[in-house]
Design a protein. Structure first.
Length: 166
């Protein structure tokens, strides 16, 4: 199976600049757009359509840093996504959720926003650790740990968004 990095012709790196990713996607989307192959034989049109679909799927995968990290990890070694999360992380997230529930029940929007800001900062730090583990030190164990933490933090931030909806 071809990786999203191969499809887009990009190096296997976590720290891909969004502008570089988008530029490459646009170039390939234009080149393989089905409208450019209308006069081609049916097999060529199908191939172009399949390639265009593959380019779009690769772009969506690499645009999401969680999927991009998981893709890199799967390319570099056995999939460890099934490993149990660290109990300390689970406890931390449980406490965050309890705090969110309390603030939501109290109608404490400012408190929820403050929690969200702290967790966003933690997510940024965790993302930097993930980038370092994947792109600089090739420490797959640290990358798996950081990816797991980042997933939980993102899920919590999704819950915060729901809590802040009017």
């Amino acid at each position: 199976m071809t990786s999203p990095f191969e499809v887009l012709g990009l190096p296997v790196r976590f720290g891909i600049e969004p502008a570089v990713l988008e530029t490459r996607w646009k170039e390939l989307s234009k080149a393989f757009h089905p409208d450019r192959h209308v006069q081609a034989a049916p097999a060529e049109r199908r191939a172009a359509l399949n390639r265009a679909v593959g380019v779009n799927e690769a772009y969506r995968a690499l645009r999401d840093d969680l999927v991009r990290a998981q893709t890199i990890l799967s390319l570099r070694g056995p999939d460890a996504s099934h490993q149990a999360a660290d109990p300390a992380l689970l406890m931390e997230v449980m406490e965050l959720r309890e705090g969110l529930g309390e603030r939501k029940a109290q109608g404490d929007r400012a408190g929820i926003e403050s929690m969200a800001a702290q967790v966003r900062g933690d997510a940024e730090t965790t993302s930097a650790t993930l980038a370092q583990s994947l792109d600089e030190t090739d420490d797959l164990a640290a990358a798996h740990t950081a990816l797991c933490r980042l997933r939980y933090l993102r899920r919590f931030l999704d819950e915060v968004e729901l809590a802040l909806e009017p």
